[in-house]
Design a binder for this molecule. Structure first.
Ligand code: SAH
Length: 464
């Protein structure tokens, strides 16, 4: 770092500038935002400068600079756009004790002026040490778009409210209050009724955060559905909106995580990455520790949390810690998958019951009542059935199932990359292998895609 960024106190101090043309104007427009006393030396100043002088916003001397003109100045700008004159004026200013900048002359300048995003009292200064002005401008444009225009007034009002906010316990409660103020409640009030509305909103906001701070921690076991954010329940949305901590598994899509409250901490409990994935004990501990500290925890699980979600182990842990909890159901993979193939899970005269079964459990391939399943018309939704396809096929055929029983695999149900594979019990392992199914997939035993959709699935397979 060849230049160290600092914020210089200029209120009531002198800033001197020499020059009256375009370069001077550009700098003066910036400097006029400050509360410094501006003095300009220019034998022939641009009309804007004489205008500002007439308004009393700066002091104008219609002459060239002389020794002593920059005495007591904190900063000096040489902006005559003339190499010899800039060298002369900056030498004077330096002798007078001011820090000097020569416009467009990085090498001879003692300081440089950054690109500025102004949300006074919030200012962002961007510098590239002269290396990439284009980059500085791009970053500035990006920040200008991102930071609400109301941030400045909000910060000013917020600063005056700091003492009141200190009645909240330090740490999370206070942070939450300010985050709410700056990013949600504040901008909303400002839109509604300007600064007055912000002032009147503040007391209510503080009261709300006081009662939130006294609220004990809680765990919501929330179903995230099969992946499409539109298949979230309104309750799931609400839980995500108010969560302090979201602990999710691998099945939860990024689009859904996007919906979590901006200040919420997101924790991926299903990460496999380089190390081993988190154990169930680790997850239980994570949930209870956050809730015990008073956090509103959302334990977000793919599909419905009550279906092959190891929910009971987590509830037991939360119960043992004396923490309150509730369940928000979600659309399970079987529901989303059966919708994708245009069928229903049960049908009069075909099947009056449907089984949800898992291909494997903790002990390996899971055992089921195969002879009951092998009877004609039975329907089962098989979760985690990819690796166990051959095992399931073998058991069913051994117990007398018809080899031509329809089987349908739905991969990535409800997601943009959804695929449907229509096959039979006989061909299941082989077709599954050939289709190279890599996403989460649900296998329907006893269901074929509805005839009008068969073509679509064939087409999809072709495209895939
Ligand atoms: N609680 C989840 C199931 C967790 S077990 C639910 O209710 O859906 C994980 C299995 O669910 C996966 O192996 C797969 O069989 C199934 N699954 C989850 N999401 C799926 C999706 N979008 N499409 C197809 N199958 C899915």
């Amino acid at each position: 770092m060849k230049h160290f960024p600092v914020f210089l106190a200029v209120e009531g101090r002198r800033i001197v500038l020499s020059g009256g043309g375009d370069a001077a104007l550009a700098k003066l427009r910036l400097l006029l935002k400050t509360e410094a006393h501006l003095t300009v030396f220019a034998p022939s100043p641009a009309p804007e400068i004489t205008g500002w002088a007439a308004e009393g916003r700066l002091t104008l001397h219609r002459r060239a600079m002389e020794p002593g003109d920059a005495l007591c100045a904190v900063l000096f700008y040489a902006a005559d756009e003339d190499e010899a004159e800039d060298a002369r004026t900056s030498a004077i200013a330096r002798a007078d004790g001011a820090l000097t900048n020569i416009v467009d002359n990085l090498a001879d300048s003692q300081f440089i002026t950054p690109a500025i995003v102004d949300r006074d009292p919030v200012t962002v200064a961007i510098g590239t040490e002269g290396a990439a002005p284009v980059l500085a401008r791009a970053i500035k444009a990006d920040l200008e778009a991102r930071l609400p225009a109301t941030l400045g007034p909000l910060a000013r009002i917020g600063k005056a409210f700091r003492r009141m906010a200190e009645t909240l316990p330090m740490g999370r409660a206070r942070r939450d209050f300010w985050a709410d103020y700056y990013f949600t409640a504040g901008p909303r009030a400002m839109d509604r009724g300007g600064e007055d509305a912000v002032q009147t909103m503040l007391d209510g906001l503080l009261r709300r955060h006081h009662s939130a701070a006294e609220r004990p921690g809680h765990v919501a076991f929330v179903g995230a559905g099969p992946g499409d954010p539109e298949l979230l329940t309104l309750k799931a949305r609400k839980a995500l909106d108010t969560a302090d901590v979201v602990i999710h598994d691998r099945l939860v899509t990024p689009e859904i995580l996007e919906l979590a409250r901006r200040e919420a901490t997101l924790i991926d409990a299903g990460k496999e990455g380089f190390g081993p994935s988190m154990t169930q004990d680790d997850i239980n501990r994570l949930i209870t520790e956050h809730a015990a500290q008073g956090a509103q925890v959302v334990r977000l699980k793919g599909g419905d949390p009550t279906v092959f979600g190891r929910l009971d182990e987590e509830i037991d842990a939360v119960d043992a810690a004396g923490i309150g909890w509730h369940i928000v159901p979600g659309v399970t993979a079987a529901s989303a998958s059966v919708a994708a193939i245009g069928q229903s899970l049960t049908q009069r005269r075909r099947n009056a019951s449907v089984r949800f079964l898992t291909g494997h459990d903790m002990a390996g391939f899971a055992d089921h009542d195969w002879s009951a399943l092998a009877r004609p018309g039975e329907v089962a939704a098989i979760y985690m059935g990819k690796k166990s396809a051959r095992f399931i096929q073998g058991r069913l055929i051994m117990h007398g199932a018809d080899r031509n029983t329809p089987v349908t695999v739905v991969e990535n149900a409800s997601r943009p990359d959804q695929r449907i594979l229509g096959t039979t019990l006989d061909r299941l392992p082989q077709d599954l292998n050939e289709a190279a199914v890599t996403g989460p997939a649900l296998t329907f035993y006893g269901l074929a895609p509805r005839a009008t959709q068969v073509e679509l699935s064939a087409l999809e397979q072709e495209l895939a």
